[in-house]
Design a protein around this ligand. Sequence first.
Ligand code: C5P
Length: 232
Amino acid sequence: MTNPVFCAIDRPDLAGALDLGRSLVGHVGGLKLGLEFMSANGPQGVRAIGEVGLPLFLDTKFHDIPNTVGAAVRAISTLEPALLTLHIAGGRAMVEAARNAVQGLAKRPRLLGITVLTSLDQSDLEATGISHSMSDQVLQMAELGIGAGLDGLVCAAHEVQMLRQHFGRGILLVVPGIRPNGAAVGDQKRTIGPTEAIARGADILVIGRPITQSTIPSEAAHAIAKELRQAA
Ligand code: C5P
């Protein structure tokens, strides 16, 4: 099996990110760069990390009018990311514009939708006028996004099973909030181990601090990969 772990490099400094990325070659399946890194370092910084040679997951979280998102997806696709994210809340036409922007590209990024940010709870939903339950809202957004042509979804650990059963094997499910046994939970509220996440139906695991904050990140990543291989 190929390594399903994308390490989240949540730091703004390019030199540190490069060192970390290089040290993880052979131990993770890819690197995830978020808004913090991209805002600090721009496309040049992304290209520099790309030279490490691992697939890139750009957590762009696009959300704007369809024309703007389509153009942004086209522009960022020149960096040849493996994965990109957008907010399904932008609506069907926005998701379709993103999909159309990557259609026909030789190296097309897979497009992943964000359903509801896990930082929001039921009362936050109510404050925006949404009265049904969180899980209903996640499913409704997921159906909208997949129906409009997304390749997959980013979802919380407790949603993977439900989404896998609902959509079958045809979509990619990407799961953050993973904590290998013994790792500090940090600000993640609900976490599961890597093996369990895969067993529940995850395709890709986003793991940040358990790797990046460990004394020797490559060893932490290696141990996770070993655990996953043994469970496969
Ligand atoms: O350090 P940690 O493993 O918690 O990092 C998780 C990564 O996944 C971070 O980059 C974070 O922004 C991202 N993420 C998350 N929870 C979500 C969606 C994305 O933690 N629901």
